[in-house]
Design a protein around this ligand. Structure first.
Ligand SMILES: Cc1cc2nc3c(=O)[nH]c(=O)nc-3n(C[C@H](O)[C@H](O)[C@H](O)COP(=O)(O)OP(=O)(O)OC[C@H]3O[C@@H](n4cnc5c(N)ncnc54)[C@H](O)[C@@H]3O)c2cc1C
Length: 561
């Protein structure tokens, strides 16, 4: 079983851009050799900003920092190249479910997407090309894992231990992803299983599935992409379903040559397309955030999709969702239901009781023999192990704080007690219906504005005030109760305390609005000239922005955008 990130796995797709994508792929960027070694007796290397992770968020941060005149940064990445999610998820059929023209950086548009919902190799290729073109690879250090990061109050800096040496940094940016650490199901006997077992996010490309008896556990977003791909190859496939998901038709299509020419050459066409996709998705935010009844209307379309694709009434019954649409992630597929109708595929809904050396035993007593087990059971989202690596000013780790109070961060970005720490894709920044790249770019605006102010005002530290963080969190929680995510299902959006700490409960533009400017008056700061323990209440409110759909106290202090 492989649970470590894939290291520099080569996938299809060639670069057509400037620069050497090999640098991004293999981590052998020339600049890597230029980076002085750390440890080995010498003092740790210091950087202004240290970024952990080089997926969309970490790479985006590197590019935006570089362009904004903050060249003194370093990205550490435990894998062998950029790409994050799209480097690690190489299972057959892996693709985005937000159209590519929006699921990409606004500052690195790509007119060459081959289809509306691109597949993993094409997205990874895009990220590698973007990295190579950006000129930031000389400040990426691959095969370097964050082991710990500790705030040193006296030095007003982060001490960062990695698998390849020690660094210090004025500002620490975590971009280690929310859907990054694969989660194994807690099944009795899983260690006894003697066959091949792998998680969908750690696909074994060398393992031959053809002719094997295979089981897939899970019917979420990854499972419904990979099941149609492997079903024709295997001799038999058992699909273990705990909850039937809502599945909508997938309006995927290849771009015609004429469309691609237009996307490349007609001024504004690509931007317009991006804007239209954004607008359409933002309209659905209304249903998710404020008016879940609208989703009941949309669910009729999903029910019709099920009826048109599954002829067997018993199977259709098993596949009928029993919770309000939108409470869990809505899935999109045209080939999932047909795959389940195949003669060599069985949908199993009896709960799994345990695993033997070569079989899955269900609660009804049946034992189904298998050679291979694919677990598509998601990720550690609300209990990320990476939070235990970060120790704040009072000696407590972020993980410990969050286990006590639930995951929380001011605007998904900063945490009281953790000075000069900025999180990308932090708590309550996920979306059920929008491009995560849009949310990431909003957080990058906030980070960049913070760095700009720190430089201009000669600030040594910024730390969000606990009352501001608490007010923000309380408003968020109240707002969450009105959303469809609180309509009574269990989902991976919720933490052990039952709180949805994964998703943003409103419109994406509202999040863009509250992250447009760094609201200094919500922060305790020290200036470079002051001793480390001085706290200077700097900054007055430059006006307030009300978070759309939230009472003003949630955003008090956020400058108008
Ligand atoms: C299969 C799949 C499909 C998805 N499809 C969509 C979609 O269609 N639309 C959408 O909006 N979102 C989608 N997502 C969500 C997706 O995760 C985000 O869109 C986005 O890719 C997150 O980027 P990130 O940089 O925050 O995290 P990641 O891409 O997960 O990158 C995190 C990086 O941090 C590194 N890292 C982690 N821990 C350490 C450590 N200790 N030391 C050093 N490095 C570390 C990891 O190796 C990784 O490279 C999908 C997710 C999955 C898994």
């Amino acid at each position: 079983m492989q649970l470590s990130p894939s290291r520099g796995r080569r996938t299809a797709g060639t670069a057509d851009g400037v620069g050497s994508p090999d640098d991004a792929r293999t981590g052998t960027a020339t600049g890597m050799q230029a980076l002085p070694g750390t440890g080995a007796g010498g003092p740790p290397r210091h950087v202004e900003v240290l970024i952990v992770g080089s997926g969309f968020a970490g790479l985006g941060a590197a590019i935006r920092l570089d362009r904004a005149g903050h060249p003194d940064f370093l990205v550490i990445e435990r894998g062998s190249g950029v790409g994050g999610t799209w480097r690690d998820n190489t299972y057959p059929g892996a693709a985005c479910d937000i159209p590519s023209h929006l699921y990409s950086f606004s500052f690195a548009p790509n007119s060459d997407w081959s289809r509306s919902y691109s597949r993993q190799p094409e997205i990874l290729d895009y990220l590698r090309r973007t990295a190579a073109r950006s000129g930031t690879l000389d400040r990426h250090r691959f095969d370097t894992e964050l082991l710990s990061a500790r705030w040193e109050a006296d030095g007003r800096r982060w001490i960062v231990e990695t698998s390849t040496g020690t660094f210090t940094a004025t500002v620490l940016v975590t971009a280690f992803g929310a859907l990054c650490e694969p989660k194994l199901p807690a099944i009795e006997g899983i260690d006894r299983f003697a066959g091949e077992l792998f998680h969908s996010a750690r696909w074994n490309p060398d393992y031959e599935l053809t002719g094997k008896r295979v089981a897939v556990i899970g019917t979420g977003a990854s499972a419904i992409q990979l099941i149609p791909e492997i079903a024709p190859l295997v001799s038999h496939l058992d699909v273990y379903q705990r909850t039937a998901p809502w599945v909508m038709p997938r309006p995927d299509h290849r771009f015609s040559p004429a469309q691609r020419v237009a996307l490349r050459h007609v001024p504004g066409y690509q931007r317009l397309r991006r804007g239209l996709i954004y607008g359409r998705l933002e309209v659905t935010s209304l249903a998710f955030a404020c008016a879940p009844r609208i989703l009941d209307l949309i669910s009729g379309q999903a029910a019709a999709h099920l009826r048109s694709q599954i002829a067997d009434p018993a199977l259709r019954q098993q596949l009928t969702p029993r919770f309000q649409m939108g409470c869990k992630r809505i899935l999109f597929s045209d080939d999932y239901y047909p795959a389940l109708s195949r003669d060599n595929v069985e949908l199993v809904t009896s709960p799994i009781a345990g695993l033997t050396e070569n079989a899955i035993v269900t609660a009804d007593g049946a034992a189904r023999h298998i050679d291979t087990l694919v677990v598509a059971t998601g990720f550690h989202v609300t209990d990320s192990p990476a939070a235990d690596l970060i120790t704040g000013a009072d000696g407590r780790t972020l993980g410990r704080c969050w286990r006590q109070s639930g995951q929380r961060a001011y605007k998904g970005s900063t945490v009281a007690g953790f000075p000069n720490l900025f999180m990308l894709v932090g708590p309550n920044t996920g979306t059920g219906n929008m491009s995560m790249i849009y949310m990431i770019e909003s957080q990058l605006n906030y980070l960049l504005d913070a760095l700009r102010l720190m430089e201009r005002l000669q600030l040594a530290t910024v730390e969000v005030r606990q009352p501001d963080q608490d007010r923000y969190t309380a408003t968020l929680r109240r707002r969450m109760r009105r959303t469809v995510y609180s309509s009574g299902c269990s989902s991976w959006y919720r933490d052990e305390l039952g709180e949805n700490t994964a998703l943003w409960p409103g419109f994406a533009f509202a999040f863009r609005s509250i992250t447009r400017r760094f609201d200094l008056d919500a922060y305790r700061v020290t200036t470079s000239a002051e001793p480390a323990d001085a706290i200077a209440p700097i900054g007055g409110s430059a006006g307030t922005t009300q978070l759309i759909g939230m009472p003003p106290e949630a955003t008090a202090g956020a400058p108008a955008g």
